[in-house]
Design a binder for this molecule. Structure first.
Ligand code: CA
Length: 247
């Protein structure tokens, strides 16, 4: 029962990386974001920020402009060179130059301190929704293997713990897209666009029906999915294994 209640939180699986050095500000932000249901990691300088970005694979980054060791601009540039992850710049003063520079190096949005948590969360949800399409990885021809589930795009085959899992075309494509973007939230719009085409006008429940069928085939407990999880209000996500090698 408790689990069900927790799952009602819209943002329960969205993880946010806060890269910020102002201690008093961090505290308020972390408390506020956790109360909103986000998972929060904090890095206190630019170098640590880049390390944590690699390690924690967040869904969104809140990036302060002025940071020790490496500026927010440089951090943003480096992350952008290899990822489409949504980045919201946090600027200390409402200087237009900061804003322009922030957006030029690839930030998706910015907020100016001080801001209200409600405003920040609204912007976070907006960039997460918008980010669905550009965030998505190109489907590669390489075989993907996550936690015993193997998808081979060339042979069009899926195996779970060595046993073949026959899948109809749409289910295969859906799984391919989700596994190819493991660890990232794919919005409903993105998934429908990519699998059924941008002009699809059918019932959006079609997506849920396909997800349900997929879960029945690849999840140990389809009613409590561990691979393909629902991100309330946004879409679906293929989970990366937690600590490889763990039982
Ligand atoms: Ca700062």
């Amino acid at each position: 029962m408790e689990k069900e209640a927790a799952m009602m939180t819209m943002t329960d699986t969205i993880s946010v990386l806060v890269i910020e050095d102002e201690e008093s500000f961090i505290e308020a932000l972390v408390v506020g974001l956790k109360r909103e249901g986000f998972l929060v990691n904090v890095a206190r300088d630019g170098v640590e920020g880049l390390e944590l970005f690699e390690r924690s694979r967040p869904d969104l980054i809140l990036l302060d402009l002025w940071l020790p060791k490496k500026s927010g601009i440089d951090v943003c540039r480096e992350i952008r060179s290899r990822s489409r992850i949504p980045i919201i710049m946090v600027t200390a003063k409402s200087s237009e130059i900061d804003t322009v520079v922030g957006l030029e190096v690839g930030a998706d949005d910015y907020v100016t301190k001080p801001f209200r948590l409600r405003e920040l969360v609204a912007r976070m949800r907006a960039v997460l929704r918008r980010s669905g399409v550009p965030e998505i990885a190109e489907v590669s021809a390489d075989t993907v293997e996550i936690d015993g589930l193997v998808l081979d795009p060339e042979r069009h085959e899926v195996h779970l713990d060595g046993r073949p899992v026959p899948l109809p075309l749409k289910e295969f494509e859906l799984l391919e897209l989700l596994m190819g973007n493991a660890g990232r939230v794919l919005t409903r719009e993105t998934l429908i666009d990519r699998i059924w085409g941008p002009n699809y006008v059918g019932d959006t429940k079609t997506l849920d029906v396909h997800i349900k069928r997929l879960r029945a085939k690849v999840e140990a407990e389809p009613s409590r999915p561990a691979r393909i999880t629902t991100v309330r209000g946004l879409g679906y996500k293929y989970e990366l294994p937690r600590g490889s090698g763990a039982p």
